[in-house]
Design a protein around this ligand. Structure first.
Ligand code: NDP
Length: 392
């Protein structure tokens, strides 16, 4: 019997690796739903190749082109945010959440009650609404599988039954493209330089987050929710080769690490096959070619995103929502060359310094706060970007 699967964000970097695995293991899986935001051509190509039942494009204006691209094939075309949310409630055995940003929160929220397996790559919803999502998963008996390579690594070596013996989890970070740059060089970094990650091939947003180290900051908060560890029990270490994907340290002195090539196919295959092991169609690690695995402490001065993220996690309440929302807006503005690289963290600091009184107990509260922070951050960016234009 084939497992039924859906992929939300199938045209992105994680989505494409997931589609490649599903294609490689066609005999095991029946694809129900594939989704994208605007990329009609790739969504249609994937849907035809995998004989998906439904293809959903979030941008409503693209419905006709999606219908045209799928004409003569068995996939039904759908469009719009509501269609995306309706399809997220569709019950399948396994669903991959690989939309980027908080846009993935509501689809993820809808997907959880199906009581099956939800593989999560999309970290921003876990950062902003981790407590809500994890308690929802528990209530509906849904298995959450982490796909982010660090969290998938921890998942593989985290002995749940020995949780009390775990001293800490150690998230590895490549350090990104600016690890060896001076603060002065970083101040002049361009979007093109920021998205050129030395080890991983990823979407633009996460690539910029990796360059600023905000990605690692978001991952610290993500790890807190996924594994129930406090900020003091989560360490970050720079490991430029990206071979060890993370570690768990036990009270008996053992440190268990998961290793692999820097290729998302491995954590995705782990989540897709779970609890079995599935053959990857991606890169495999050739341990004999490794001559050097090095580690260094992260620089919290040069990369303030890490400090801001730990502070937000310790503050709890609405701070992680504010951090994430301001960062998303700031990254978009940096990618459009409206603000320089260091101004992204100025936006986050400014947002965190504001007195937002919103609570975050429901989905609506979180979406509402997220929206307010976005609006305020856009205003702040307008203010500072006119200053940069004048200075330029
Ligand atoms: P990409 O930008 O490559 O892809 C994002 C996907 O989401 C695309 O399918 C895109 O569609 C879709 N999308 C974008 N905006 C919307 C929206 N408003 N509504 C519906 N769909 C939307 O991102 P990545 O694959 O790099 O990352 C996805 C998530 O996984 C992120 O949260 C990231 O942090 C996380 N992650 C990524 C890793 C990686 O290696 N890339 C590693 C670990 C985690 P379209 O193509 O049409 O724009």
């Amino acid at each position: 019997m084939k497992k039924t699967v859906s992929v939300f964000g199938s045209t992105g970097s994680v989505g494409r690796s997931t589609v490649a695995l599903l294609t490689h293991h066609k005999e095991r899986y029946k694809v129900e739903i594939l989704t994208a935001n605007q990329n009609v051509d790739l969504l249609a190509a994937h849907s035809i190749a995998l004989k998906a039942k439904y293809a959903v494009i979030a941008d409503e204006t693209k419905l006709d082109s999606l219908r045209d691209a799928l004409s003569g094939h068995e996939t039904e075309a759908m469009a719009g945010r509501q269609a995306l949310l309706d399809m997220a409630s569709h019950s399948v055995d396994w669903v991959m959440m690989a939309i980027v940003g908080l846009a993935g929160l509501e689809p993820l929220f809808q997907a959880i009650p199906n009581g099956n397996v939800v593989a999560i790559a999309n970290k921003e919803p876990l950062v902003s609404a981790g407590a809500l999502l994890m308690s929802r998963a528990q209530r509906y008996g849904t298995t959450i599988l982490p796909v982010d390579s660090e969290h998938n690594a921890i998942f593989q070596v985290f002995e749940k039954e020995n949780k009390n013996a775990i001293e800490k989890i150690i998230l590895t970070a490549s350090g990104g493209p600016f690890r060896t740059w001076s603060a002065e060089q970083i101040a002049c970094a361009t979007p093109k330089q920021a998205v050129a990650h030395p080890n991983w091939s990823m979407g633009a947003k996460i690539s910029v987050d990796s360059a600023s180290m905000m990605n690692k900051g978001l991952e610290v908060i993500e790890a807190h929710h996924l594994f129930g560890m406090s900020a003091d029990q989560i360490d970050v270490i720079i490991h430029p080769q990206s071979i060890i994907h993370s570690m768990v340290q036990y009270c008996d002195g053992s440190v268990l690490a998961q290793m692999g090539a820097p290729d998302m196919s491995t954590p995705i295959a782990n989540a897709l096959g779970y609890p079995d092991r599935l053959e990857t169609c991606g890169q495999k690690l050739d341990i004999q070619t490794l001559s050097n695995l090095s580690f260094e402490r992260p620089d919290f001065e040069k990369f303030p995103a890490l400090r801001l993220s730990y502070d937000a996690l310790r503050a709890q309440g609405n701070a992680p929502v504010i951090l994430n929302a301001a960062n998303e807006v700031a990254v978009e503005s940096f990618l459009m060359s409206q603000i320089p690289f260091p101004a992204m963290m100025e936006c986050v600091e400014e947002a965190l310094s504001k007195n937002y009184t919103h609570c975050t107990s429901t989905l609506e509260d979180i979406v509402d706060l997220d929206q307010s922070v976005r609006t305020d951050t856009e205003v702040f960016i307008q203010k500072i970007s006119s200053h940069f234009k004048k200075a330029g």
